[in-house]
Unconditional design. Structure first.
Length: 250
């Protein structure tokens, strides 16, 4: 997941570690921490943090199910408020199975010791690691949050939170060229709108490409910029969600 307006913020799943990066709206202050990647199985990722403290005193905690996975932290700056308001927010970026997802700006799950206590975690998963009805946590904290995605493939992208509607997109990857010309983009469908294009460094290079896919399986670079050999990631207004073959409730 990531915030496309606040390019300094996101949570990125990869091996061997997941990286969590949270920043102020102007990116002047940030907090980064890592956690070892969870097993390739249904896993509840529970994160809570309070960044409004001086360097070295910010509070954060990561749980994978009931395992404390809090790792190394990079905390160089002053206290700050994480920038969410007015920014687009992305969930996804690659193919994976996802059950409930929620984002609760302004809500802390931390107790006075800086931990997410077992009683609070039991409002998210039960003792067997299976998901609990999101309404239970909503009642406890008194808010639905900005983002709450839950349900099967037909309704999952309907945001039940206060942060506005989600638009379903697909992100495909290709290798850039020295343009103009065609970049192979397997899965791209003729007529799909190009929402966003970034390179491997996260730079917005959308203006260098066509705005609508004109050939199946390709995207046309319209500029003369040199993207040769550079991975590019293209967000398209296409595709549909499908139900996972298994469920965390099984």
């Amino acid at each position: 997941m990531s915030d496309t307006g606040n390019q300094c913020m996101g949570a990125f799943g990869q091996s061997p570690n997941w990286l969590f990066d949270f920043a102020s709206p102007n990116c002047n202050d940030s907090l980064e921490f890592a956690a070892p990647s969870p097993a390739n199985a249904w896993t509840a990722v529970i994160v809570s943090l309070d960044a409004n403290h001086v360097s070295g005193e910010k509070k954060f905690k990561v749980y994978f199910n009931d395992t404390d996975a809090t790792g190394d932290i990079t905390d160089p700056g002053d206290g700050f408020t994480i920038g969410f308001n007015g920014f687009d927010f992305v969930v996804g970026g690659f193919a994976f199975d996802l059950a409930d997802f929620r984002l609760l700006p302004g809500v802390s799950l931390l107790d006075e010791t800086g931990d997410i206590p077992l009683a609070t975690r039991r409002m998210i998963i039960d003792g067997d690691g299976k998901p609990v009805d999101p309404a239970v946590l909503t009642a406890f904290v008194g808010a639905t949050g900005a983002v709450l995605l839950s349900g099967d493939s037909s309704t999952f992208s309907d945001n039940q939170g206060s942060g506005g509607a989600f638009v379903q997109h697909q992100i495909l990857g290709g290798t850039g060229i020295t343009g103009p010309g065609a970049t192979t983009l397997t899965g791209a469908l003729l007529g799909s709108s190009v929402v966003f294009v970034r390179n491997e460094g996260g730079d917005n290079i959308t203006s260098q490409f066509e705005s609508t896919i004109s050939v199946d399986g390709e995207i046309q670079q319209t500029s003369s910029d040199d993207n040769s050999g550079i991975p590019v990631f293209v967000t398209l207004a296409q595709d549909a969600l499908t139900n996972a073959s298994t469920s965390p409730s099984d």
